[in-house]
Write a protein that binds this ligand. Structure first.
Ligand code: SF4
Length: 343
């Protein structure tokens, strides 16, 4: 059944460049936030123009359906109930450079381990992503894995990303020796942050999840990265609020700034057998690219329910697909909220 709208515009054969835009603006002025507006037309280019126009004007293109030779696009007046205004969808981009890892943590949300196939994104794709991302409003890049520093070309990958936008690389911090230390030394301090995993103030809990001796080696990595002049953010994955509070005290005692700490709960994804169950609808999208496609969010970025499209390029289309899906799902939730309005 077609979505019921407040106003319908029949564009006929008009497009944005031949008279459609003034009528569209006039119709939206008659709408209230949340009203739906339908546009029916024959020209395929209207879709791309509406997509871009809605993004700039903070309206939401929430659907398109084609029958015979005509398409009906539906616009929601005003932004869908959403994402943090300070962090619009697509401003933050995640790249999974690989899935193999030197560790096999018992809560890994993407099943990484020394046995996991590498599934490398590859430098060429990273270069293209970095080029295209600059045009799409990406202002932060996060590089993760697996363990990114297992890759021989991680230096070139991180240099490419940090030239495009300030970049954070997530690492277990355990590989900064030999040629990998040389790679680290070659990287730009001003555009690259190292986010190193440390789950507890002392080795016990960290080592139980991540393997014997890993806390000591991770802490050595923290100290080495700092000594090399890098900004280091400490990231703990915890099971309870008490564990989070204990880690906060540890960070306070070391005067670690708020912006250099991340404390999050274990997600029930990947190999985790306990943690917070997260459905796609619980997550505001943070566009995430792996060798297998474009995902909704980095947590669980290999699970079928989070795959948005297996086509990475053109990146603008991939971003549009995520935004469109988010707008549609937000609209759906808004309607459900109305349907289940009990009083
Ligand atoms: S949680 Fe991080 S360090 Fe542990 S297995 Fe997964 S990717 Fe590797």
């Amino acid at each position: 059944m077609a979505t019921k709208t407040t106003i319908e515009i029949d564009a006929g054969s008009r497009t944005f460049s031949s008279g459609l835009l003034p009528e569209l603006i006039a119709a939206l002025r008659r709408c209230r936030t949340g009203d739906l507006l339908g546009v029916i037309g024959r020209e395929a280019e209207i879709g791309a123009d509406l997509e871009a126009w809605c993004r700039f004007t903070r309206n939401a293109l929430i659907g398109a359906a084609t029958a015979a030779d005509r398409t009906r696009w539906v616009i929601r007046c005003g932004e869908a109930p959403t994402a943090d205004a300070d962090r619009p969808v697509g401003s933050r981009l995640w790249l999974y450079t690989n899935f193999d890892c030197n560790l096999h943590c018992d809560y890994c949300c993407v099943r990484s381990s020394p046995q996991a196939p590498q599934r490398a994104l590859g430098l060429e794709r990273v270069r293209r992503i970095a080029n295209e991302a600059a045009e799409l409003g990406v202002n932060e890049v996060f590089v993760t894995g697996g363990e990114p520093f297992l890759l021989a070309d991680i230096g070139a990958i991180l240099s490419t990303c940090s030239a495009a936008a300030p970049t954070t690389v997530l690492t277990n911090g355990m590989l900064f020796t030999g040629r990998r230390l040389e790679t680290l030394r070659s990287l730009p301090r001003d555009r690259l942050t190292l986010q190193i995993s440390l789950d507890s103030p002392t080795p016990g809990r960290h080592d139980r999840h991540r393997g014997a001796g890993t806390w000591v080696r991770a802490w050595r990595g923290v100290e080495r990265a700092r000594a090399e002049g890098f900004r280091v953010r400490l990231a703990a994955t915890v099971s309870t609020e008490a564990e989070a509070e204990e880690f906060r005290r540890f960070l306070d005692a070391r005067q670690i700034a708020e912006e250099d700490r991340v404390i999050r709960r274990i997600a029930l994804r990947g190999v985790a057998i306990q943690g917070i169950a997260l459905a796609r609808a619980d997550l505001v999208p943070e566009i995430t690219i792996t060798a297998d496609g474009v995902y909704w969010h980095p947590v669980g970025a290999e699970d079928a329910d989070l795959l948005v499209t297996s086509e990475i390029f053109p990146l603008a289309d991939a971003f549009a697909a995520v935004r469109r899906a988010f707008d549609q799902e937000s609209e759906h939730q808004r309607r459900l909220a109305q349907i289940f309005n009990c009083a």
